[in-house]
Design a protein around this ligand. Structure first.
Ligand code: ADP
Ligand code: MG
Length: 703
């Protein structure tokens, strides 16, 4: 028998939970913390001092030597700068570990090296971090020791957001405020806020570390830049939900334990579609905590893999030809008195509220499809969106057959008097039917699908932060709620007004509903007819942030200023250009130093063979033919390599960031493909023993 693992005992053992605060803080301090947590505002410095001391004592008892303000710059990952709790020793040389309230609530990391777009030029480089009191502090333990991590937002001195967290928190406030107006209209006087909840399903690949270390492309780019397909891919569908291999199983076990200790509710695990691909899903929680936890999930996945002699690849497309990885972002809105706004509910009244919410979401998604698409774009995701394994770059909504039929009836007749599939009908006082949420069937190809009591945004890239998609979702829905509430609060006859508004929104925005196969070519054509945007790449999506429509939306709810949006657009171009540049340089390096030399050696041995066979008086035509073929591909590779060197140098010289990003997309990437093609072809014909790097088969089947 192995040691008994008690999950209840270890869960959140590394988190300074509310429970621990309650235990360790004086009652009045605890109450103030709880109040600020629930209602916002700031802690007084005196209170912060008391909290800081309790937090430090707990951390030190658990071995911590340092603390850090843990934040999420625009790199999409987290950042930390450790400070020891040490202070000036006294006369006798004794040092007492210290941590003040001021240090807890505010930090001043040097911000100058983080991407900030125009903000760096416009404002001071310095930034400060401010404690996000609603996300609990935790202990990170690794070779550095034990570090107390304080989740923070990161802003410039003049208040501009330099991170992904600040806008998210602002968007959560905005959607809460506007959603409250909606539930008030339906007589809910008890709710004091509406919380956005998120459950992200995280996909990842595991490869053997020794093999990983032999591939510069995996090391520098996080994905393979070369590689012929393995004889077997995912076509047998035998990996999806398949038996988990021993080595992977013991990894998953360790990963879960680490995550549970950090208070992450790791819940579901399974093998995914592609060989060596897996998934982990936690239970949903408040959006900002879900964002923090997803960062911890990604970080812990990488860390634990090392202990098992493996490397975790979070890239959206580590291997061409098999499925890439994404993140299904499950999102819903709930009041603090327990009503899920996306739950159809049991009474006609609740149903009307639900239908209004649905109509508003349809309006939001249709009006801002471009922004939603943008929110889920990163460099790696360009390989998925629009490619045939992932949802297309077109945003549409899936409602399920029954709900779609209700929308259709409402649009056509202004009433929904019956349910298909013989669901129960409870018209009651209203003209809207009661429906059964279990009747929402699944459509795996839709980018934005209603799944019973939540929407599942299936766009997000596996390596990306989920902050931006949730910020955008909250923002666009806040706007739709606000406009609806503006109308309904003034209505003389609420019942009639709400009915008319639902019909109006559903009619105006029904083009966003699509229940068919989102991967098909017909849909691309149909979407174009409907006028839905099909934005094909990350760089093309970037400018959606700074349209008048977007600026109006984000400024209205105080989520982003124009300047912040402009800076973010710039960061996108920079990030794109830099990433593709790294990929191109890695290809140049690998082709020039590994593939081409290896193949040249091989041609030499082939040539020797041809001569030897001929000398021996036998027919050397097969050997000569292979030599011819290999030499031809080698020449093509060399030519493409030279071209890639040239075009990459040209790209680096472009000064305008936007022009540069587009040049990388339209020119550099094309040549990268030109170089890849002959080398992948060579891999198929060259003697295996001379191939300089592990193959796709070795990487994905021999984990
Ligand atoms: P799937 O079949 O797509 O795997 P699950 O029911 O397992 O769906 O849920 C996937 C994710 O959705 C989980 O993280 C789960 O906690 C989350 N989830 C469930 N209900 C909600 C909700 N109301 N709001 C947000 N996320 C939710
Ligand atoms: Mg899902």
């Amino acid at each position: 028998m192995s040691e008994v693992l008690n999950v209840e005992d270890i869960f959140a053992s590394k988190v300074f939970t509310l429970g621990k605060m309650k235990e360790r803080l004086p009652k009045s301090t605890y109450k103030e913390v709880k109040r600020v947590m629930d209602q916002g505002g700031e802690l007084s410095l005196a209170t912060a001092d008391v909290v800081a001391k309790a937090m430090k004592d707990w951390a030190v008892e658990n071995g911590a030597t340092h603390y850090t303000h843990w934040f999420q710059p625009l790199t999409g990952i987290t950042a930390e700068k450790h400070d020891a709790f040490v202070s000036h020793p006294d006369e006798e040389g004794k040092m007492i570990m210290e941590f003040s309230g001021k240090e807890l609530i505010k930090g001043e990391p040097d911000a100058s090296s983080f991407p900030s777009g125009g903000l760096r030029a416009t404002f001071e480089a310095r930034g400060y971090t401010a404690w996000d009191i609603t996300s609990p502090a935790f202990l990170k333990e690794d070779a550095t020791g034990v570090i107390l991590c304080i989740p923070t937002a990161f802003c410039s001195y003049t208040g501009e957001a330099l991170d992904k967290k600040t806008p998210l928190l602002r968007s959560m406030e905005a959607v809460s405020e506007q959603a409250l107006r909606i539930v008030r209209l339906f007589g809910n006087t008890e709710a004091t806020k509406v919380v956005a909840s998120v459950g992200p399903e995280q996909e990842y690949f595991l490869v053997d570390r020794e093999k990983y270390l032999q591939r510069e492309d995996l090391i520098f780019a996080g994905r393979t830049l070369f590689g012929a397909p393995a004889p077997k891919g995912q076509e047998l569908e035998d990996h999806y939900f398949g038996t988990i291999r021993e080595r992977v199983g013991s990894y998953m076990k360790d990963l879960n334990i680490e995550l549970w200790k950090l208070g992450v509710t790791a819940k579901t695990q399974h093998n995914e579609v592609a060989p060596a691909q897996h998934e982990l899903a936690p239970i949903y929680e408040t959006a900002n905590i879900a964002v923090d936890h997803n960062q911890l999930v990604m970080e812990t996945m990488k860390k634990v893999a090392g202990r098992h002699g493996m490397t975790c690849l979070l890239h959206e497309k580590p291997f061409a030809g098999v499925n890439g990885s994404g993140k299904h972002n499950n999102w819903s809105l709930g009041t603090d008195n327990g009503v899920n706004l996306l739950d159809p509910g049991a009474t006609p009244n609740e149903n009307i509220q639900f239908l209004l919410v649905l109509a508003c979401i349809m309006k939001a998604v249709d009006t801002h499809a471009d922004l939603l698409r943008q929110s889920a774009s990163d460099v790696g995701n360009d390989h998925r969106l629009g490619a045939n394994e992932a949802p297309p770059a077109i945003i549409s909504m899936f409602l399920g057959e029954q709900l779609e039929d209700v929308v259709k009836q409402l649009v056509e007749t202004g009433e929904a008097s019956h349910l298909i599939e013989g669901g129960k009908l409870k018209t009651g006082v209203s003209t809207l039917p009661d429906f059964d949420k279990d009747a929402t069937d699944r459509n795996r190809t839709s980018p934005f699908a209603f799944t019973g009591n939540k929407f599942e945004f299936r766009r997000v890239g596996s390596a990306d932060s989920i902050a931006s998609p949730n910020t955008t979702l909250n923002a666009i829905v806040a706007e739709a709620f606000c406009e609806a509430a503006d109308i309904l609060e003034k209505a003389d006859d609420f019942d009639v007004a709400v009915h008319d508004l639902i019909k109006k929104y559903m009619t105006e925005h029904q083009r966003i509903i699509f229940n068919g196969n989102g991967y098909s070519d017909e849909w691309v054509a149909e979407a174009e007819k409907r006028g839905l945007p099909n934005i094909k790449s990350m760089v093309e999506a970037a400018s959606t942030l700074t349209t008048d429509k977007a600026i109006k939306l984000f400024e209205k709810f105080g989520i982003f200023t124009r300047v912040e949006l402009e800076s973010r657009e710039e960061v996108i171009y920079e990030t794109y250009a830099k990433t593709i540049n790294i990929e191109a340089l890695t290809m140049i390096d690998m082709a020039g130093k590994k593939y081409i030399p290896a193949v040249m050696k091989y041609t030499k041995s082939l040539a020797d063979t041809v001569i030897a066979v001929k000398e021996a008086g036998a027919d050397a035509s097969v050997q000569a033919e292979v030599l011819g073929e290999v030499s031809e591909k080698l020449a093509a590779a060399k030519a493409a390599l030279t071209k890639l060197e040239k075009v990459t140098a040209e790209a680096t010289a472009i000064e305008d960031v936007k022009a540069q990003a587009f040049f990388y997309k339209d020119s550099v990437k094309v040549v990268m493909d030109e170089l890849r093609a002959p080398i992948d072809a060579l891999e198929m014909i060259v003697d295996k023993s001379v191939w300089p790097v592990p193959s796709y088969g070795e990487l994905t089947f021999e984990v």
